[in-house]
Design a protein around this ligand. Structure first.
Ligand code: NDP
Length: 272
């Protein structure tokens, strides 16, 4: 049996082991998947020990996705575009880095929620590692405009430049009051402390609003959006499950069905 794990900090509450073991059961594979602590600067050592124990695949989460990108011997085109790695696969004695966050988000939006992306005007709030991973796949999905807003505008400006795409522009910190978007995505870590991203003056009226956070951590933002006229809202639980399914596909060569896993986790997360 091969060994898999998710690395990051804090990691105690990661749902990834549950998701991957459920995928294993659904596809007839015995999957052993653990949580492992990795603090900034400590990922190389943690991964070396893991590979020596038989580790064959790793998911990487906050705060070491950038570190995983620099440690990988090779990276895929989508990881290179994101400059962040959330999936490592052991191949011929070396780690190969990939990024499944963006495809996971696009699948959740389009397949699970049935929302259409072509020609949509999108506001992305946040410019950290998660935002880096999702901009490329959103553009590939055919959106018309991607405006990026961040508390620290220089970071958003860097992401705009890195996209090198005429559809991508900088929005004022807060989300550009007065400008209307079809889809507003919160990719900030503000929900970790239960609050709203600050500043925040985005227009939510008639928009679809998505938070990468899920469960209670997404409630403040999604309640705010609903109270300000959002048409529909969704949290990031589906993205979490879909990005995991893409990692599972890379490691095991089969894409597991996701609806039953998502449904089970949804019941638990909403009861918190
Ligand atoms: P980073 O630490 O790389 O970036 C954090 C971002 O949040 C930055 O843009 C930062 O702005 C902003 N921010 C943090 N606190 C606040 C605040 N109080 N007000 C306004 N902006 C704030 O984190 P990641 O990008 O990697 O992750 C962001 C979140 O996305 C995580 O909390 C994670 O849980 C979630 N996520 C969910 C996934 C899923 O599958 N559902 C997948 C990946 C991530 P600044 O630059 O000014 O510091």
């Amino acid at each position: 049996m091969s060994l898999y794990a998710v690395f990051g900090h804090p990691i105690d509450h990661s749902l990834s082991p549950r998701i991957h073991e459920a995928f294993g059961a659904l596809t007839g594979r015995l999957v052993h998947y653990e949580r492992r602590e990795a603090h900034p600067g400590g990922l190389a050592q943690a991964l070396a020990a893991f590979a020596a124990e038989g580790g064959r695949g790793a998911n990487i989460t906050v705060p070491v996705k950038g570190e995983a990108f620099t440690l990988a011997a090779r990276v895929t085109a989508r990881a290179a575009r994101a400059r962040a790695v959330n999936t490592l696969s052991w191949d011929n004695g070396a780690w190969v880095g990939d990024n499944t966050d963006g495809i996971g988000l696009v699948r959740d939006l389009t397949v699970n929620h049935g929302w259409s992306l072509p020609d949509r005007r999108v506001l992305l709030i946040g410019a950290g590692g998660a935002a880096q991973g999702i901009v490329g796949p959103l553009l590939d999905a055919g959106i018309a405009i991607l405006a990026i807003s961040n508390r620290t505008p220089a970071r958003a400006q860097g992401l705009v430049w890195a996209c090198a795409d005429a559809r991508v522009r900088l929005a004022a910190a807060g989300g550009a009051a007065g400008s209307r978007y079809d889809l507003v995505i919160n990719a900030t870590a503000a929900g970790l402390s239960g609050g709203l991203p600050a500043p925040l003056d985005a227009v939510f009226e008639d928009a679809i609003v998505y938070d990468l956070m899920y469960g209670p951590k997404a409630r403040a933002f999604l309640s705010h959006a609903r109270a300000h006229g959002a048409r529909e809202v969704a949290d990031g639980l589906g993205m979490l499950v879909e990005q995991a399914a893409e990692s599972f596909l890379l490691w095991h060569g089969v894409r597991p069905p996701t609806p039953s896993v998502l449904e089970r986790l949804r019941t638990e997360v909403d009861a918190r």
